[in-house]
Design a protein around this ligand. Structure first.
Ligand code: SF4
Length: 241
């Protein structure tokens, strides 16, 4: 990869805004509105949903945890719902809650640039979602109880998208999946096998915004190494076919 590409990765060029989320009314007719699991004690068994739209319809009305109280929109996902790569964040922030889309604003713009630097796009290879679908107040991290309440939706979402590769952005995504006790700086860039998915922890774009140096060994440089490793794995597995 040419060094120019790294400059492009962190350049200031505009990135197109993500598409709007699917309409709440765009749901499968098979959804039984009365079956919305209101309590976290009610399990959501694997295979409950036949589409992400059906799952999203339940999330919009879900009260399995206290995050429902502050919800403007349940934030489900964006990108290609049949993508070979899923990127997982932790929970919506204010802008995501308002727009109903994950990874918008400055973090989302940087993520799009990182993906574009290795010719990945949310139109083709990438689907983006969060572990928790509703915004925690004050942008705090979701609690373990909130993560556990929302995790069945997240697992259904992964089952429906059925990616080969999962990129875990930040500690909450790591805890909800590979459950490594090590910090993200220790495990980023490594491959883990979790439930048949190839998973790699990577830095969260918000962390890269707070650490702008491009020097070798710094977070942005490390992210550059990691996204190239993901591209190599994608090509090796011939996931573009
Ligand atoms: S965060 Fe998840 S479990 Fe909690 S109310 Fe929202 S959709 Fe339901």
């Amino acid at each position: 990869m040419a060094s120019d590409s790294q400059l492009d990765l962190f350049g200031a060029s505009a990135v197109p805004a993500p598409d709007a989320p699917p309409s709440a009314t765009n749901t499968a007719s098979s959804v039984n509105f009365d079956a919305i699991p209101l309590s976290a004690s009610v399990p959501i068994v694997p295979g409950t949903y036949d589409s992400i739209a059906a799952m999203a319809h339940h999330c919009e009305h879900c009260q399995r945890c206290g995050l429902s109280a502050g919800r403007t929109n349940a934030v489900i996902g964006r990108g290609n719902p049949n993508a070979p790569i899923v990127i997982i964040g932790e929970a919506p922030g204010q802008t995501e809650d308002e727009q109903g889309l994950p990874f918008v604003g400055r973090s989302g713009e940087l993520l799009e640039k990182i993906l574009a630097s290795v010719n990945f796009s949310t139109d083709r290879e990438i689907y983006i979602c969060n572990v928790a679908k509703c915004r925690p107040p004050g942008n705090r991290n979701p609690t373990p109880e909130e993560i556990n309440a929302c995790k069945p939706y997240f697992l259904e979402q992964l089952r429906l998208v059925n990616p080969k590769i999962i990129l875990l952005t930040g500690a909450t995504a790591v805890k909800a999946t590979i459950a490594s006790k090590q910090g993200i700086t220790k495990i980023r860039g490594q491959w883990f096998d979790w439930q048949g998915y190839l998973c790699m922890p990577i830095f969260h774009p918000a962390y890269l915004l707070r650490n702008p140096s491009r020097e070798a060994g710094k977070p942005k440089w490390l992210m550059w190494q990691d996204i190239q490793a993901v591209r190599r794995k994608f090509d090796e597995l011939e996931l573009g076919r």
